[in-house]
Design a protein around this ligand. Sequence first.
Ligand code: CTP
Length: 416
Amino acid sequence: MSDEPFILPREQHELSRQLIDENSLKVLYRLRQHGYTAYLVGGGVRDLLLGRHPKDFDVGTNATPDQVRKLFRNCRLVGRRFRLAHILFGRDERVEVATFRRKPEADECPQDDPFFSENVFGTPQQDAFRRDFTINALFYNIEDFSIIDYVGGLDDLRAGRIRVIGDADERFAEDPVRMLRALEFSARLGFEMDETIAPAIVRNAERLMAVPPARIREELMELFRHKVAGKVLQRAEKVGLLPWLLPEFTSQRESFNFLRQLDLRTAAGTPIEEHVALAALYLVPFREACEGCPDDLNVAEVHKLANRYLVGHCQRFGMAAGLRHLARELFVAFFRFQRGRGRRGEQRFLRHPFTVQSFDFYRLWCEASGQPAELWQCWEAAVKGEEPEGSGGLKRPKRRRRPRRRPPRPKPAPAS
Ligand code: CTP
């Protein structure tokens, strides 16, 4: 990695301004007009160069957050850990603008400010070197539309390789979440991890314990949103990261298969919700526990069983009770679907608005685990409300009616 960047001129790459979101372009141009350096940075550049649709477009600049605020009326400064500017467009569009940063020297950091090290401003070159992977450190320069590469990211993009900038042990120690990100980008982009990464993860896995659970929870949801949860968690198991990431999770092939099936469903267009992800993580051990139980467990008992698998995770990640409740409802419905039709309370269960979602979850599990289709097919019409009255496998136990007791007829009064 040299000090001088490699510059790829506009005519040698495919990243056209037409692919960049209009608001981000406005922000880039205005910064530029006022004499600041303005680059498109991070994942946006990576994805556009790969012909993918970026999730967002981030801007890097040498303007300080206060200077950015003076330029844009619609600007909010945000972030305690990482101070940056949000330029707001309309009600829900925003462009993130971050001032170029550098890694501070160890003796620069004051004891009483835990966020100081994240907020020391620097040059574009220093900003590139503080980033995690080479493919995430490319800049698109709005001045001449070239790509600026300080770290060999373009070569790695072409080779399909995830490479840490600098020493992997050092960079993982700096931010242990990067270990998970390495697995995530490798799965998302179909890239190979550079050979130094897996051994460095093995050496540093334990460091994940020091990461605030809220951050891990957010990264985990990113895996689900990017449809790579199954793949990444399975790889995390191989490199010894999983026990530090999800101590309550029991690694089983069946669980990974189910998570992969869920990823496919998300890829096909069903947005992932956190309670579904939560239930998916713990369904397999819950189901195994159900197998050893009588199938006439009452709801309170099934709740108790479900809690056994959900409470630890929810406490660790500080999840709201409502989320756990929804995941538990998926488990209870799973239990009901699995024991088959014709049970007490079936009609009420079928009419419940949550049952359609639970059925979708149950069916997904049946498909992931190769169960015979009859298992879910016998429920389908009924769940969708398409079952003709009185049909559809409803083996309602016949109630034996007690003969009605008639009051004894009054005897005719004796003739007087
Ligand atoms: N970054 C980093 N270390 C981290 C997190 C982020 O160096 N632990 C840098 C990377 O340069 C990354 C950029 O910050 O590209 C933005 O991070 P983020 O938005 O989390 O990821 P993207 O790379 O933009 O990918 P995507 O948004 O598609 O998930």
